[in-house]
Design a protein around this ligand. Sequence first.
Ligand code: ZN
Ligand code: ZN
Length: 78
Amino acid sequence: MTSCRHANLELLVERKITMRCRRCHLTLDAEELGDGHCPECFDSSGTRHFDFEELTHGGGQGARYRCEECGIVITGPP
Ligand SMILES: [Zn+2]
Ligand SMILES: [Zn+2]
């Protein structure tokens, strides 16, 4: 048994990015979208639009930390 007090916490950064189409406001996972065009706009107008804005999920909620000593992952406020 270890008596780790989890003193050395490393912040795990999750770079999850959502792309939102400026025209139809469809949201897509950035990984899913890749370099592609908006499928919704393509469906409705047959035109390839690459007009997206990035929505990043920043902010404090759901930050995760990993203890460098024992490797446990803790979810909590920063
Ligand atoms: Zn620990
Ligand atoms: Zn669109």
